[in-house]
Design a binder for this molecule. Structure first.
Ligand code: ZN
Length: 510
């Protein structure tokens, strides 16, 4: 075996352990009876420790040294060389994180999440505040251990979105806000109520599931390598490209919840299923810092695909022109009198609201920016934990024009901070921005792309995405992918003009 092959077979074993961990997690979130929780926790802790020891041990260092020497002459873009370089980069970072910090984080997480859930239920921010402070202190220790130049946020966002930092995000968010807030104000002033009586009917869940799966397959989800289950918090998870599962949740009246949840997770799944088979069990399908197997290159890149398929395709006029009849064949009585245009308008209703996960395309990013600004403020000390409810509410007023009546619907609504997930929010907005840049590039490259989408043929788009994005796994960073596909880095122009066009038309704004 060559030095690279020996290195690769060592990484393949790590990949196997991480995939086994993921399967146990999928099971815990979908199928496991309540009684299994305690022993499942032990199984996960054991396997996680095995993975950690496998990766940080001396053997990895030895194999890496030898593999580096062997691939030094390879093309700098080659998968082999990228796999070795990335393993080296993360090997060094992970060794900088002290073991007592890792165990302090692991010990705090379940307690802190539990207290958060109760505080949210009882609308009691003061009870959660000391735990949030502890999570914040751990996050600062993590940032110091990993290292950063300008802002502690940079070290944390690196885990999710290595191509951005606080300074870059402030510029991007500033530009986005300048476009979004005026657009939102015009929509709100227009006050053209869209139809709501559609959701007064009941839509049996088995039919919702059947229609959702049909649409998922239409856009390219391969059920021989996938399946759809129910979960209270929908997610996609992959155990190599050959087994990529999604979940959704159902609302008996409001079927778009399950449909768009399914399309969103299918977007993530298409990315994973589209990874080049040669990358299976390699470093280019592992998130070393997060310790889980994944083919997509960053949170933002991944989210660009879920958003593209959910919103730019699934919430388009063409989508409903093509698939409304099929939907009505499942729900003839409920949809009597409805038509494609009505459905298109109904699933694109813009309304400033309190809850991020229910937000529409125009207001969604404002929810994210508020959170990211608060994270940065907490980390650099310009915002104190005790003041967060007030800061939250005043930002909600400024950006969205609504003020939460209580902290449960305000600063306590998201689970992220209770688990110490500082730095993960930007990925959602970066994903939205990237999705428009990618779609613009696909339109430039694929002749007649819009007429195939208008005809309900998604394969030309899927092929372009697979060729330019999916197949590379984690070989290239999000900003390298953008450069390769579009010739520029992250830029808000295409996304803002997409929103501007769509909602100017929908709301008949002048
Ligand atoms: Zn997502």
């Amino acid at each position: 075996m060559s030095a690279y092959e020996q290195f690769q077979s060592h990484i393949a074993e790590l990949s196997d352990v991480l995939n086994a961990i993921s399967i146990l997690k999928w099971d815990a979130r979908t199928m496991m009876p309540k009684g299994g929780a305690e022993t499942r926790g032990m199984q996960l802790a054991t396997l996680t420790r095995i993975a950690q020891e496998h990766f940080t041990g001396e053997k990895t260092a030895r194999l890496l040294d030898a593999a580096e020497a062997e691939v030094a002459g390879d093309d700098s873009d080659s998968y082999r060389r990228r796999a070795v370089e990335q393993t080296r980069q993360y090997y060094e970072i992970i060794r900088r994180i002290p073991l007592d910090l890792v165990s302090d984080k692991a010990a705090l997480e379940p307690v802190s999440e539990h207290v958060w859930a109760e505080s949210r239920r009882d609308n009691d921010f003061k009870r959660f505040a000391p735990y949030l402070q502890q999570q914040l202190d751990l996050a600062k220790r993590q940032a110091d251990a990993v290292g950063y130049q300008d802002h502690p946020f940079d070290a944390l966002v690196f885990e999710y979105e290595p191509s951005v930092n606080a300074a870059k995000l402030k510029v991007i968010f500033g530009e986005l806000k300048q476009g979004l807030i005026p657009l939102l104000n015009r929509i709100v002033a227009q006050d053209s109520p869209l139809p709501r009586n559609l959701w007064e009917h009941e839509y049996p869940l088995d039919k919702q599931k059947a229609f959702g799966l049909e649409m998922a397959q239409k856009i390219g989800y391969d059920l021989d390598r996938g399946r759809l289950d129910i979960a209270p918090h929908p997610f996609e998870i992959s155990f190599t490209r050959n087994d990529v599962r999604i979940t959704t949740r159902y609302n008996l009246n409001y079927f778009p919840q399950a449909l768009y949840g399914t399309l969103h997770e299918t977007g993530h799944a298409l990315y994973e299923q589209g990874v080049d088979p040669s990358l299976t069990r390699t470093a280019l399908t592992i998130d070393f810092l997060g310790k889980y197997p994944v083919g997509g290159t960053s949170y933002g890149a991944h989210e660009s695909q879920s958003r593209l398929w959910e919103n730019q395709i699934g919430r388009s006029r063409a989508f409903w022109n093509n698939h409304f009849d099929r939907l009505r064949s499942y729900f003839p009585a409920q949809l009597a009198g409805a038509d494609p245009e009505l459905m298109y308008r109904a699933v694109n209703r813009v309304k400033p609201s309190l809850i991020r996960v229910e937000a529409d395309e125009v207001t969604y990013n404002l929810h994210i920016m508020l959170r990211v600004e608060i994270e940065m403020g907490m980390l650099d000390g310009s915002m104190k934990v005790a003041d967060l409810p007030e800061i939250w509410n005043s930002k909600m007023k400024e950006y969205l024009g609504v003020v939460p009546p209580n902290d449960s619907q305000g600063v306590l609504q998201d689970i992220h901070w209770s688990g110490g997930g500082f730095g993960s929010f930007p990925g959602y907005t970066i994903g939205n921005i990237m999705s428009a840049q990618f779609l613009q590039a696909a339109r430039r490259d694929v002749a007649g792309l819009d007429s195939s989408l208008d005809g309900g043929d998604y394969m030309p788009l899927l092929n372009w995405l697979q060729q330019n994005i999916y197949r590379h796994g984690r070989a290239y960073s999000a900003s390298e992918l953008l450069q390769r596909c579009t010739g520029s880095d992250l830029t808000v122009g295409p996304y803002l003009s997409y929103l501007e066009q769509k909602f100017t038309d929908l709301y008949r704004l002048s």
